[in-house]
Ligand binder design. Structure first.
Ligand SMILES: [Mn+2]
Length: 301
């Protein structure tokens, strides 16, 4: 796909310690083309040389609240996440079935807690072998075409896998996706507070705490928020295992992945039950939350 001359010019620029952007412009290639060239060399040390410790770089978090007003006494939300599109283990079929159920049950809004895409994990050798598509433009196109369309909106924050693209290319793939798909709204990286009438929800991926540290537990996340500012609901994912707990009076929904188990998960003997939640909320005349109930829905293979 790339000529020998191009490879040697690339190697030369690398040896001269040119950075990624300089290499793109000196080769006259787009960043995606250079990423493809790097992928094709299958040499992990090139990523490290060009991007360093990519895990230190994350897009900055939006601390503002995203307000939605729905003039209704009763609303239904669907909570899901970790769809990992473009992984060879993704499942557009089961995701489409899931959205079919969501439509059928007259759902007002879907919340997606990130890892929408599988991204490109730079520090694992041969990661591209786990992917259906390994370029930025290719993944963006795949998501635009195959993510199920929905008559209402899907609100999404990014997960660590979506953020790999930020670390490699300084691009937020979900921001670009939301420009192509008007039913998908990107609320920003990692987490965002949402307010629907009198209901507050923290939608978060669930891998890092407010201070950016990775020793995430939901209890610690809640304790970091002043008591009077805590949300009514938290929706998070990341661990690919679904559960519900009431912690310090906050209703915490952790959603499972909607993807098939990877060979790694299978080799460890872990189960991979796919599921999502419906949450029904009743409001009083002043828009205050009157009653909440939920149901876990299994996604059957
Ligand atoms: Mn995930």
């Amino acid at each position: 796909m790339f000529s020998k001359e191009l490879y040697s010019k690339f190697r030369y620029l690398l040896s001269k310690n040119r950075n990624f952007n300089e290499i793109c412009s000196e080769l006259g290639l787009s960043d995606n083309e250079v990423m493809l060239l790097i992928n094709s060399l299958k040499d992990n040390s090139i990523y490290i040389k060009l991007f360093g410790d990519v895990f230190e770089k994350r897009p900055s978090i939006d601390e503002t609240t995203y307000h939605i007003s729905l003039n209704k006494e009763h609303i239904r939300l669907a909570l899901l996440g970790d769809t990992h599109l473009c992984s060879k283990n993704d499942t557009i079929d089961l995701l489409t079935d899931t959205y079919y159920t969501i439509e059928e049950k007259n759902t007002d809004l879907v919340l997606h807690c990130g890892d929408f895409f599988d991204g490109l994990y730079p520090n694992i050798e041969d990661y591209y072998k786990c992917l259906r598509v390994s370029s930025y433009e290719g993944q963006l196109e795949y998501g635009t075409i195959y993510y199920p369309s929905y008559s209402n909106k899907t609100l999404v924050v990014s997960g660590n896998h979506d953020d790999y693209w930020y670390q490699l290319l300084h691009k937020e793939i979900l921001s670009d996706l939301s420009k192509k798909r008007e039913d998908i709204i990107y609320l920003g990286p990692n987490r965002r507070r949402i307010a629907i009438n009198g209901l507050t929800i923290d939608l978060l991926h669930g891998d890092i705490l407010q201070n950016g540290k990775k020793n995430f537990t939901i209890g610690m996340y809640i304790r970091n928020i002043d008591e009077e500012k805590r949300p009514v609901i938290i929706h998070h994912g990341h661990t690919h295992y679904g559960s519900y707990n009431n912690i310090y009076g906050v209703r915490c929904y952790r959603t499972a992945a909607i993807m098939h188990a990877s060979p790694y998960i299978l080799s460890k003997g872990y189960k991979n039950p796919m599921s999502f939640y419906f949450v029904d909320i009743d409001f009083d005349d002043n828009g205050k939350v009157k009653k909440i109930k939920h149901r876990k829905e299994c996604v059957y293979k």
